[in-house]
Design a protein around this ligand. Structure first.
Ligand code: 4AD
Ligand code: MG
Length: 477
């Protein structure tokens, strides 16, 4: 008999109809009650076996972690907290799980421990919930852009350019690491490499995305990106997913509006479509909060935080004003910041971003018009000669969730910036050429997918919102 997913059964009216469920045993109580989960929902269904008639040797194999197939009658459940249960007629063990060895006992495990067994943490309530929310967000992203007439462009994973001009890239090569070919000066000769040149994994699809925005109007990318920075934080991964919309004829203000609409849409979508998983994650986050010292607890709990962000405008704030606020802030005057804010031009640290968002404005902040010296070469230069039309969206508990800008569409300005910053002009020939033929004002931004998932799920470490995190010193699985 074909199986029915538990999510469906839990909202089916029980009329003694025969059903089959296949899934993994979470618990088995009193030689009678099996809680089965099949991943379709956070909830389990209760299957009741009659131990008097069931073969003893089969009963013994119903253990936490085992995979079972049960067929029986769907009946109203007398137990509290569930409307239906299955009265089992047939039970088959599809896969045994030795209870002495299975590492996931029915108790609370630390996230650190679960990271060591990332191939099994998928079976926990927490990771089931996080991954279902992650899926819903991926779907909602495509829906948001599709509904607005944006086109999904697949930009290359292997590229020859450094989009951010920051140099933190993973090299892609097929040369023999022990004996690479060398040129007459003794340097490794990449002309002999697979692509006949140096290549790396992409840090961003933006530059290629721009070429399609200036043809199809409004596009977005959604793909994996790679950064070889040695950042061991709860906000950084070496491999993460990024959504990068790029729009012709948008200025920085239009760009900020789209970023706000986009984030609010996604949060609202999660609230509307992931209620059970969010409820679970909400409780989980609350328990975690309770173990923190009072002054480190967030003011709003997960569900309130999501509703707040979905309903309130983000604060737009020029960098220059942010510096004034920070300079005069209490933590700065009392030297509580690790990095004191003394002069215009400094890059903001996450302690400053979090102060603005969590303490000063108490809402998401879009900082814009940053000093050009702390931002990428492609950002549009403002008339003041000092700032560029950059924007970062800062979120409570997360810090920067989006980075973007209006792009420099003027050929001469772009070229001089590339030269000033000593970037490889020859690799960027095609990007420059875009400004020679039918250039147009345009803007875009990048949303870090895992940072979004952190925010929506209330998880606190980015390594727990992607199936197999990649970070310095770790590429297991
Ligand atoms: O600010 P970033 O570096 O901007 C860009 O890459 C632009 N090309 C985007 C664009 O304008 N099209 O990265 C964008 C976002 C950040 O705001 C952050 O959310 C996320 O990507 N991000 C990371 N997420 C996880 N791990 C890392 N190492 C990340 N680096 C950036
Ligand atoms: Mg950034």
């Amino acid at each position: 008999m074909k199986r029915t997913k538990i999510k469906v059964l839990l909202s089916t009216s029980p009329q003694h109809q025969e059903v089959t469920v296949q899934g993994w045993v979470r618990t088995f109580r009193n030689n009678q009650f099996i809680a089965i989960n099949d991943g379709s929902t956070i909830n389990t269904i209760q299957a009741v076996v009659d131990f008097a008639t069931m073969d003893e040797s089969v009963l013994k194999r119903i253990t936490t972690g085992a995979c079972v197939s049960v067929t029986g009658e769907l009946i109203p459940s007398p137990a509290k907290g569930q409307t239906v249960e299955i009265k089992v007629n047939q039970l088959e063990i599809l896969g045994d799980s030795d209870p002495e060895k299975f590492p996931l006992q029915p108790k609370k495990h630390s996230l650190e421990f679960l990271r060591e067994i990332a191939h099994l943490r998928s079976r926990t309530n927490t990771f089931g919930a996080v991954m279902r929310v992650r899926h819903a967000m991926a779907y909602a992203i495509h829906k948001f852009y599709n509904d607005r007439g944006f086109f999904y462009i697949h930009t290359p994973i292997i590229t020859g350019s450094d989009a951010e001009g920051a140099g933190a890239m993973f090299r892609v090569t097929t040369l023999d690491a022990d004996k690479p070919p060398r040129d007459e000066n003794g340097h490794i000769d990449y002309k002999e490499d697979f692509f006949g040149r140096e290549t790396n994994l992409t840090v961003s699809g933006q530059l290629e995305g721009e070429t399609y925005a200036l043809a199809l109007g409004e596009i977005y990318t959604f793909g994996p990106t790679f950064r070889a920075e040695n950042s061991n934080t709860t906000r950084h991964l070496a491999e993460f997913w990024m959504i990068e919309p790029e729009m012709a004829f948008y200025d920085i203000q239009d760009n900020m509006q789209l970023a706000q609409d986009f984030l609010q849409y996604l949060v609202r979508y999660a609230l509307d479509n992931c209620a059970e998983d969010l409820e679970f994650l909400h409780k989980r986050a609350q328990e975690e909060e309770q173990s923190k010292p009072q002054d480190q607890r967030s003011e709003l709990c997960l569900l309130d935080r999501l509703k707040f962000v979905a309903e309130n405008d983000f604060q737009r704030l020029p960098y220059t004003e942010a510096i004034e606020i920070l300079k005069n802030s209490n933590p700065n005057k009392k030297k509580k910041f690790q990095y004191l804010v003394e002069e215009w031009g400094v890059d903001l640290q996450s302690e400053h971003e979090r102060f603005l968002v969590e303490k000063h404005f108490k809402k998401p902040v879009i900082l814009y018009n940053y000093p050009k010296d702390i931002k990428a070469f492609y950002m549009r230069q403002n008339e003041d000669g000092k700032t560029v039309a950059a924007m970062d969206v800062l979120f409570p508990g997360i810090g920067e969730i989006i980075g973007g800008s209006q792009r420099e569409e003027r050929y001469d300005r772009l070229l001089s910036r590339i030269q000033e910053m000593n970037l490889p002009e020859k690799d960027l020939w095609w990007y420059l050429e875009l400004r020679k033929f039918g250039s147009a004002p345009h803007s875009g931004f990048g949303l870090g997918f895992e940072r979004l998932i952190l925010f929506v799920t209330g998880m606190t470490n980015i390594r727990d919102v992607i199936a197999y995190p990649r970070f310095p010193g770790n590429a297991e699985f």
